[in-house]
Design a protein around this ligand. Structure first.
Ligand code: FES
Length: 112
């Protein structure tokens, strides 16, 4: 079961830095702490895969996440690991639709 974010996390504004595949910064936006990363990327208008509508089975929303603090993003669970493996994605990547963000992060995708 997914943990409910604390009031402190919900009150935070998180900065998300977006890099393209070459590492160049292409965007930066803020989102409310505890929010779903995939939802905010879509709201921002960045193209991101969504073949399964964000339920974590297609692997299309895969991206790299770099965080200063390991608690900045929800832990990768077995379901996410299995989806990455089943869709031949790198085990180092994350599925945006399964990530809740609670601290500043940098994201990078090979399709940006
Ligand atoms: S949108 Fe399908 S796994 Fe994230």
């Amino acid at each position: 079961m997914e943990k409910v974010p604390s009031k402190e996390i919900l009150a935070k504004l998180i900065t998300v830095t977006v890099l393209n595949k070459t590492g160049k910064k292409i965007d930066e936006f803020q989102m409310r702490g505890g929010s779903n990363l995939w939802v905010f990327i879509r709201k921002r208008g960045l193209p991101i895969g969504s073949a399964c509508s964000g339920v974590g089975v297609c692997g299309a929303c895969h991206l790299k996440v770099t965080e200063k603090n390991p608690q900045s993003i929800s832990e990768k669970n077995n379901f996410e690991k299995e989806t990455l493996a089943n869709n031949q994605k790198s085990p180092d990547e994350r599925l945006a639709c399964l990530c809740r963000v609670s601290g500043d992060i940098t994201i990078q995708a090979d399709y940006w």
